[in-house]
Design a binder for this molecule. Sequence first.
Ligand code: NAD
Ligand code: UFG
Length: 338
Amino acid sequence: MRILVTGGAGYIGSHTVLLLLQAGHQVVVVDNLSNSNPEALRRVAELAGRAATLHEVDILDHAAMDHAFTEAQPDAVIHFAGLKAVGESVREPMRYYRNNVAGTVALLEAMERHQVRTLLFSSSATVYGDPHAVPILEDFPLSATNPYGRSKLMIEEILRDLHRSAPEWSIGILRYFNPVGAHESGRIGEDPNGLPNNLLPYVTQVAVGRLPAVSVYGSDYPTPDGTGVRDYIHVVDLADGHLRALDYLLRGPGLLTCNLGTGKGVSVLEMIHAMERAAGKSIPCRLTERRPGDVALCYADPGRARQLLGWTASRDLDAMCADAWRWQRDNPDGYPSA
Ligand code: NAD
Ligand code: UFG
């Protein structure tokens, strides 16, 4: 198959491109490199023994997208491109709506022009807002608490409207829980710009000595140890979920909405202790105030993905930490600057 991957140089994209290449697909990446480094795709090529073609293009650039589609002649599109920092989205909402929402509309129009009607979209557990119960099922009520989350929700609604009006489309909405870890080679991984917003990259940067201590945001949640509970999923399992979902979509038109998580909740303190085991050192942390907007508990019911896609996450918390640590230890400053 020929697959066009937007945002394929990023964290989840690069791991998915590797698996696509290893499965024998032809891959064309469209990425403006606003939050990624082309070195990721060079290393993917090294690992796969063959390369994806990179178009350094913004998905909002009509002419450049037409050129990429004409060259790629894709059977399907996997759409990772988007901005993802919650705090930044509160400060710069228009940038998020333009890049994520208008960018997706532009992509869908380009797909229609080129008669490509199979799409996998990166949504997020953030669309469940503050869930009334756990584990979370796909038919739970949807809401958003910040512009980033709202951009995901808007895109989901656009995709549902599109499918209603044009049922010949085959669309997969994948709601990721908390992607962590890195490829087991230690060659590709998550390389956040500046101070990490997310727990695991923060913890590994403390472990490697780049940051002094982890702040644990809240220890009075109604959870077993008082700290926030999340469903961390190994990025390679997540990437594998995309290959399974792609197989499913290519069987025929339809609209698939699926959680991608492990179904297991892990607390902030459990995560820090698991990383201490992986890195073989203690990780300084201090208990601080809750972070505004955080929920106490968020984990998936992964039953639908198991049933429809035959997919379950196979890597456990120790593997997530071992692989995240190998990446951080071998690349303490992330990818070398381009
Ligand atoms: P990332 O920032 O590493 O990757 C996104 C890629 O998209 C980057 O390479 C960036 O340069 C590119 N990009 C952004 N805007 C673009 C544009 N207008 N045109 C072309 N390229 C553009 O992020 P990631 O963690 O790999 O996330 C991938 C997707 O998954 C995003 O849509 C994100 O919202 C979603 N998601 C991520 C998480 C997470 O915790 N990492 C959780 C749920 C959903
Ligand atoms: N946390 C800390 N200290 C930190 C960072 C995080 O204690 O320095 C805690 C948070 O309070 C939370 C847990 O660690 O309890 C996980 O926090 P992350 O920021 O890693 O992840 P979130 O679940 O808050 O958010 C992530 C993505 C969002 C997405 C959401 C739902 O970052 O974009 O999952 O999918 F919307």
